[in-house]
Design a protein around this ligand. Structure first.
Ligand code: FAD
Length: 68
């Protein structure tokens, strides 16, 4: 899995690499269970996380999931 697909504030599926091809899978519900390290990495790749870190690394679009 490369990242979650997000529309507005809702996860609508994920982007996968399958056999060298990138494939978008849409789902009503998505469970991210990539472990303690990769779950936050995938969230940040999807633009979800601390806004300052996302702005520094993601070059634009970000949705801060952190309050305060
Ligand atoms: C050495 C060690 C010993 C442990 N001993 C115990 C113990 O005795 N008792 C206990 O309760 N807990 C133990 N733990 C902790 C336990 O392993 C974890 O809490 C548990 O495995 C977490 O499960 P998880 O499903 O969240 O993540 P994980 O088991 O880490 O599974 C995540 C999965 O996601 C996959 N993944 C990651 N990124 C991607 C991606 N981009 N695309 C597709 N797949 C991806 C990984 O390959 C992996 O298969 C131990 C951990 C370690 C490191």
């Amino acid at each position: 899995m490369l990242r979650l697909e997000v529309e507005s504030t809702r996860v609508t599926g994920c982007l996968l690499r399958l056999g060298g091809e990138e494939v978008t899978v849409r789902a009503r519900e998505t469970i991210l269970a990539a472990g303690a390290i990769w779950s936050p990495v995938l969230l940040m790749r999807s633009g979800i996380g601390p806004a300052a870190a996302l702005r520094a690394g993601a070059g634009g679009a970000c949705r801060s999931a952190w309050r305060g």
